[in-house]
Design a protein around this ligand. Structure first.
Ligand code: DGL
Length: 261
């Protein structure tokens, strides 16, 4: 591994592509290998041990490809596995954190955090909220149907609209501000904004993670600041999916939609 090695990024499936997009927009000279574990998605309803084992398997695959750092582009896998993974590997492992601090700062009343059941019940999130003076203003809401929606129905506009509308009608028709604490949900951001007619502010942890990665690589002398990734540009971003080639195509398509903004 050296500074010309790629950066590894993984998620339970397609959600982490939103993190890859943010990281890549900040670190344009770097190479990336993204692994989406759609074969085993969702992670959010599995046990902590199962998520750790799945995450370890992916990290082993990324290490075998000589990556210089790993981004866990999944709040659930971060909650279940980040500390154990840091003990196992000697490269930097960067996780996700729901953006509840900035959300609280910019909200007078309640902030609703949408995430998987595991993220919301694990100690990482519980401790984060407990440490905040105004943690009592945080409400937790699991949304497993949205993981399924993003994993299997992106591109079907009618389905996505109905999935977002039905869920918000049933749980938070009048929310103030929201935190998307699951990387899959970022693909639903436009539809959520439309539902609230732009009156709700929506926060996510993607840029926080990207900045943490940048600072970490910089402090270790592993950042390609002046240099550029040495292989050809066509290989700079490699996308792998454990489910099928169709999911690789889906992923590339989602990435190009994100890039268009
Ligand atoms: N994308 C994952 C997250 O950020 C979770 C989706 C799942 O349940 O697999 O938590």
């Amino acid at each position: 591994m050296n500074k010309y090695s790629k950066i590894g990024i993984f998620d339970s499936g397609l959600g982490g592509l939103s993190v890859l997009n943010t990281v890549e927009s900040l670190l344009k000279r770097e190479g990336f290998i993204y692994i989406g574990d759609s074969l085993n998605a969702p992670y959010g309803t599995k046990t902590k041990d199962e998520v750790f084992e799945l995450s370890k398997k992916i990290c082993d695959a990324l290490i075998a490809k000589d990556v210089k750092a790993i981004v866990i582009a999944c709040n659930t896998a971060t909650s279940a596995a980040v500390s154990k993974l840091r003990d196992l590997y000697d490269i930097p492992i960067i996780g996700m954190e729901p953006a509840i601090k900035p959300a609280l700062k910019q909200t007078e009343g309640q902030v609703v955090v949408l995430a998987t059941e595991m993220t919301l019940k694990e100690s990482k999130f519980v401790n984060l909220v407990d440490k905040l003076e105004e943690g009592y203003r945080i409400a937790k809401l699991p949304a497993p149907e949205w993981v399924e929606c993003v994993e299997n129905h992106m591109g079907d506009e009618a389905y996505v609209k109905a999935s977002v509308g039905q869920f918000l009608d049933a749980h938070i028709p009048n929310a103030q501000n929201l935190v998307l604490g699951c990387t899959h949900f970022i693909f639903l951001k436009d539809e959520i904004e439309k539902y609230y007619k732009g009156k709700v502010e929506i926060f996510d942890g993607n840029m926080g993670t990207a900045l943490q990665l940048k600072n970490t690589l910089e402090s270790m002398g592993l950042l390609l600041d002046e240099d550029i990734y040495q292989e050809n540009e066509a290989n700079r971003i490699e996308v792998i999916n454990t489910k099928s080639d169709e999911y690789v195509s889906k992923s590339l398509n989602l990435l190009s939609i994100l890039k268009r903004g």
